[in-house]
Design a protein around this ligand. Structure first.
Ligand code: IMP
Length: 184
């Protein structure tokens, strides 16, 4: 089966394509930034993105992700992009000085074809490294160490990140849900 993944982020396409391939789902990329509503829930953002991305006769997939820092009471969460673009990794490391370093990455992924909608969530817990490490991946990858590893996502090859990551988990769960909706 084919799905169209709507996103402006080429790094997400690489990850989503790699994971869906394990389920024989082929990904076409529609390179487009979808408008995001002001909301403090990733689910609301995904629902709005699905509404805009939906096309008759086509299966579309969207996702939205956020980094939730325990030491900052869950901030930046849905504001992760804005914080990354303004404060950057160094700014986050500064804000966290002397604070608990536990963190959660979360992805909400959505699928729509006609009147069928499926939503899946993937989370990974971890810690924020004392300083940036590694050159792979994107965004917060150089400072996020998933539980069960001693390395940041940016120190891992893609398939290893997928095994741990919020996006890997969300897309695997979505693929299973899409598979079961096929049989309905
Ligand atoms: P978005 O709104 O889902 O595109 O992501 C919010 C922010 O989190 C952006 O700054 C992304 O670069 C960052 N981000 C999203 N997913 C990941 C990831 O898998 N690793 C690191 N950073 C990410």
């Amino acid at each position: 089966m084919d799905v169209t993944f709507v996103t402006s982020n080429p790094d997400k396409v690489v990850e989503v394509r790699r994971v869906f391939r394990e389920y024989d789902i082929q990904v076409r990329w529609s390179r487009r930034a979808l408008p995001e509503p002001q909301s403090d829930r990733l689910q609301d953002v995904v629902a709005a993105k699905l509404a805009t991305a939906a096309r008759p006769g086509r299966a579309v997939v969207v996702e939205d992700s956020g980094l939730f820092l325990d030491g900052l009471r869950g901030f930046p969460g849905v504001y992760s992009r804005y914080v990354y673009d303004t404060l950057g990794l160094e700014g986050i490391l500064e804000l966290l000085q002397g604070k608990p370093r536990r963190a959660t990455f979360r992805t909400v992924a959505g699928f729509r074809r006609g009147r069928t909608t499926r939503i899946a969530v993937g989370t990974v817990q971890g810690t924020i490294a004392p300083r940036r490490k590694g050159h792979n991946g994107f965004g917060y990858d150089p400072i996020f160490v998933p539980r069960g590893s001693t390395r940041t996502f940016a120190e891992m090859e893609g398939p290893e990140k997928d095994r741990y990551s919020h996006r890997g988990r969300a897309i695997r769960a979505l693929a299973r849900k899409i598979g079961s909706s096929e049989k309905e």
